[in-house]
Write a protein that binds this ligand. Structure first.
Ligand code: SF4
Length: 295
């Protein structure tokens, strides 16, 4: 199937101006530090959980310099509730680089050299903080572009990037990215695309090709990956136990094991040691003769 050459940018941007999620606090700033914090938080955490932590984090660490100077343990404590704690370590490392060089680079390739910054986050910082016309592809954008241009709800990231880059209207990169993102989150959703309310409906391949039953399809419910009992779950439990200590205090393995899992016994010590070694490699804990503590 041939892809149409364009998306109706005028209709899309008009829809975004009227319906976009403009009230999200990180939408009203171009400050690189604030954009970085919000994008790193949003990498793996949903908007409603990010909102309170975003404000709390920026109050505790309002600038690159403040974050760079803070003890890492304090940053990890402040990250509580967001999950994927390694992001706190990466943010702290980035803040030190930024404080030293006087800010973040604007070029996506340079941004990707920073810890924890992948293709998407680099494009987001370049677009939202530096006003670069860089096409972003997240899950929502990928689905919208795939459906609208190919009639395919799940193109690969690389295919979606090839669709996105040439269609980005010069000088409107930020709004374009946000418009596609919001359209995917609010209208062209994974489970129930609302084509009758979509500004792209006229030219959309999916809408034209799909019979009514398919346009109104509801994707089957897929339960979330089992989290409790996973390695990530126990990593979080260990960091949570250490967060509860006063600064500088540590826990022995004999205390930390049962704190991480109620059914812990001595036979599980290799399991615990393996988890702690991984956490230490990620910069989230330190181990010494006193026991285990936040760095
Ligand atoms: S017309 Fe329907 S399938 Fe096409 S982009 Fe809009 S909501 Fe998605």
């Amino acid at each position: 199937m041939n892809a149409p050459v364009a998306i109706d940018a005028v209709s899309l941007l008009r829809w975004y101006a009227a319906n976009g999620r403009h009230a999200l606090p990180w939408r009203s700033t171009t400050d690189p530090y604030t954009v970085l914090v919000s994008e790193v938080m949003l990498q793996q955490t949903q908007v409603d959980r990010v909102l309170p932590k975003y404000h709390q984090f920026l109050t505790a660490f309002p600038t690159f310099a403040a974050l760079a100077e803070a003890p890492l343990a304090e940053v990890i404590r402040c990250w509580q509730g967001l999950g994927y704690n390694r992001r706190a370590v990466n943010l702290h490392r980035i803040a030190r680089v930024a404080a030293e060089r006087g800010g973040l680079p604007a070029d996506p390739a340079e941004l990707r050299r920073l810890p924890g910054i992948g293709v998407y986050t680099a494009a987001a910082i370049a677009s939202f903080a530096h006003g670069r016309d860089v096409a972003m592809v997240d899950t929502n954008i990928r689905r919208v572009l795939g459906r609208a241009l190919l009639g395919d709800a799940a193109p690969t990231d690389a295919a979606a990037r090839r669709l996105a880059a040439p269609r980005l209207p010069p000088g409107r990169g930020r709004d374009w990215n946000l418009a596609l993102m919001d359209l995917g989150a609010m209208v062209c959703t994974a489970r129930a695309p609302a084509c009758s309310a979509c500004p792209l409906a006229q030219s959309c391949v999916w809408n034209a090709a799909a019979p009514r039953a398919l346009r109104e399809f509801r994707a089957p419910y897929r339960p979330a990956e089992r989290f409790v009992g996973s390695r990530r779950y126990y990593r979080g439990r260990i960091v949570d136990a250490l967060r509860a200590l006063s600064p500088g205090a540590s826990l022995s393995l004999a205390v930390l094991g049962p704190a991480a899992r109620p059914d812990y016994d001595d036979a599980q010590e290799p399991w615990l040691a393996d988890l702690l070694a991984a956490l230490a490699r990620d910069g989230l804990v330190t181990l010494d003769e006193q026991g285990v503590q936040l760095p």
